[in-house]
Write a protein that binds this ligand. Structure first.
Ligand SMILES: NC(=O)c1cc2c(=O)c3cc(F)ccc3oc2nc1N
Length: 329
């Protein structure tokens, strides 16, 4: 096959693979069987091996990791990755709302309410629209470089859809419930220890030094926050989520925007009851101030932003806290 022909075929294969990825991961409606999909990727890899000049950074062939790493490199985050303060009741949410309203001088405040996906925080860093680094949160300042593992996740873009100088985003890597149950069945059969829950399974999979293991674990990443952006201007969190979607990230479609705390609390109650119907685990909901200038006004403590809070669902089986036992003793 001549270069010109190979070029056309490689382009067609990449287009087709991209269509199947979107159908499979975002619309949850697979369009071809896994076997047929693998054939497409194998043909692409073969052509790129024969014509290395046809390899591009966004090619699906760039997702299959290399050999296992010796260990993970440290990655210092550009901005510290903070954690969320917690609310456990309606009253906690109302006092959060009161604090926020006070701090913005009584102005109207609108919130975006999202699922709190029960997974592992990851930070993805892009330069000139290409994925450069993917890292765990670590201690918030320094995380582990797990780029090779994150590249194996089809919903993590290797190249963004439109030009941007620097974009750093935060997301949650997770393992869907179906994949978790299947993995534990396989491990049980193989006599390997099973994972306690999907979050541990996702964390264990991303901490694998061999990217082929991570690639086999059907992980996904919902992206929910822009940590740093040089190349576009955005005024609200709602716009940020739309921007992330346009750039090719998987962004959760289920979210609610309102300034009325009654509506916010009933929306949270709705999902507290319905969450078992979701194909992935959530351990609460996250309430975030929508207006980015109000976020700047509110700022953050050394540990948590003042413009967001996590409402934690009551755990199914109330775990006995050590303090309770201590008190009894
Ligand atoms: N698990 C999640 O689905 C989720 C987690 C966070 C955070 O941890 C988080 C931490 C911050 F400092 C600021 C915003 C955040 O927004 C978040 N939004 C989410 N949807």
């Amino acid at each position: 096959m001549k270069l010109e022909e190979a070029k056309k075929r490689v382009h067609a294969l990449k287009e087709e693979i991209q269509v199947h990825n979107r159908a499979y991961y975002e619309l949850d409606r697979p369009t071809i069987s896994d076997a047929e999909y693998d054939l497409l990727v194998r043909e692409l890899v073969a052509l790129e091996t024969a014509f290395p000049e046809l390899v591009t950074p966004d090619s699906p062939s760039q997702r299959v990791g290399g050999k296992p790493l010796e260990g993970f490199k440290a990655v210092r985050h550009r901005e510290p990755l903070l954690s969320l303060g917690n609310a456990f009741s309606g009253e906690d949410l109302l006092s959060f709302h009161h604090r926020v309203t006070q701090a913005v001088g009584g102005d109207k405040v609108e919130y975006v309410v999202e699922f709190k996906i029960d997974g592992l925080t990851v930070a993805l860093s892009y330069q000139n629209s290409l994925l450069v680094t993917g890292a765990t949160r670590g201690d918030g300042e320094v995380g582990e470089d797990i780029t090779q593992n994150l590249k194996t996740i089809a919903t993590v873009p290797l190249q963004l859809n439109s030009p941007v100088a620097v974009l750093e985003v935060r997301g949650e890597a997770f393992m869907p419930k179906k994949a978790f149950l299947r993995l534990n069945e396989d491990r049980e059969e193989a006599g390997a220890p099973v994972f306690a829950n999907p979050r541990n399974a996702a964390a264990g999979s991303l901490r694998q030094l061999d990217p082929k293991v991570a690639a086999s674990r059907q992980l996904q990443v919902f992206v929910y926050d822009i940590l740093y952006l040089d190349g576009a201007s955005i005024d609200t969190h709602g716009e940020a989520l739309k921007y992330l979607e346009q750039q090719g990230f998987l962004v959760n479609q289920e979210r609610f925007c309102s300034g009325d705390m009654e509506q916010v609390i009933s929306y949270i109650r709705h999902w507290s009851e319905k969450r078992h119907e979701l194909p992935y685990e959530i351990d609460g909901m996250v309430l975030k101030v929508n207006d980015l200038s109000q976020r700047r006004e509110l700022g953050a403590t050394s540990k948590a932003p003042r413009w967001a809070i996590a409402y934690k669902f009551p755990a199914e089986q109330a775990r006995t806290r050590v303090t309770d036992i201590m008190v009894r003793v």
